[in-house]
Write a protein that binds this ligand. Structure first.
Ligand code: SF4
Ligand code: SF4
Length: 261
């Protein structure tokens, strides 16, 4: 028998600077989503419903990065009314593709893009949620993996540790028997330094990983650099690869700053 809404853990889903793709992953859970919706009380999720219940919330799921001073204030308010805070996706965990502005003159961009720049109020940087408040759990990816999202929500509901591997995408290639595109074809691949979770999706389609899950645990980026040099890929291209979806993750940022000199 389904418990009354007030007896179920309350869940709120929040959006900051992002494309909504990670929130859509939650809706894309389809059959599992009905089970999840029956186990929790979805108290705030504007992407899915206009019905909203005021906090506090047992679990807040946060998508997107901090790009305005209003966002910086709002995430502190959300943290204060959330028992557990889960950030999802490259934007929330590493500043996202919009963190490319962290290396640029934002005022110049704004003056070129907008007819009335005086109406635009934006921070000079795009930063991960964890740079502003304490985060209990992060899910990587652009977008996140549906399987990992379900695992984390199930772990939250049952009080167990989530089973999110931190090893590299190469391990997933080996597990599924996908030939290495770098060894077989000399295709540059970020898999050796990128966290698994996608099931080695890109190599399975015969192309290199471009790092959308961000750095794996203890990534050896210098070693990847040597291999890329050996297959004819220079530092300009490596810096570009490091500065994509997870450019402001600590490991990719430090390496790209070093190689860009
Ligand atoms: S294809 Fe990429 S991810 Fe797969 S084993 Fe080779 S380097 Fe690693
Ligand atoms: S192989 Fe790399 S780029 Fe492709 S989905 Fe997986 S982590 Fe993302």
């Amino acid at each position: 028998m389904t418990r009354a809404a007030e007896d179920r853990p309350s869940v709120a889903v929040w959006k900051f600077a992002s494309c909504d793709g990670c929130q859509l992953t939650l809706l894309d859970c389809e059959d599992e989503f009905l089970t999840i919706a029956g186990a929790v009380h979805i108290a705030y999720f504007p992407e899915a419903t206009r019905a909203a219940t005021e906090g506090p919330y047992d679990l807040s799921i946060v998508e997107g990065s901090i790009t305005t001073s209003h966002d910086a204030e709002r995430i502190r308010e959300i943290r204060a009314m959330s028992e557990t805070l889960l950030t999802i996706g490259a934007c929330a965990t590493a500043g996202g593709i919009q963190a490319l502005k962290n290396w640029a003159d934002v005022d110049e961009f704004i003056s070129i893009v907008y007819a009335h720049p005086e109406y635009i109020s934006s921070l000079a940087t795009s930063t991960p949620i964890a740079e502003h408040v304490d985060v209990d759990m992060e899910l990587r990816g652009c977008p996140i993996s549906k399987r990992q999202l379900i695992d984390v929500i199930d772990a939250f509901l049952t009080g167990r540790r989530p089973t999110i591997p931190t090893y590299a995408v190469c391990v997933e290639c080996k597990l599924r028997g996908t030939p290495c595109v770098m060894v077989a074809h000399g295709t540059p691949c970020m898999g050796p330094v990128t966290q698994s979770g996608c099931g080695a999706l890109c190599p399975a389609f015969n192309r290199g990983c471009y790092g959308c899950f961000g750095p794996s645990e203890s990534p050896n980026i210098e070693s990847l650099r040597e291999v890329w040099h050996a297959i004819g890929v220079d530092d300009t291209q490596l810096v570009r690869a490091l500065r994509t979806f997870n450019a402001y993750s600590r490991e990719f940022k430090e390496a790209s700053d070093a190689y860009a000199r």
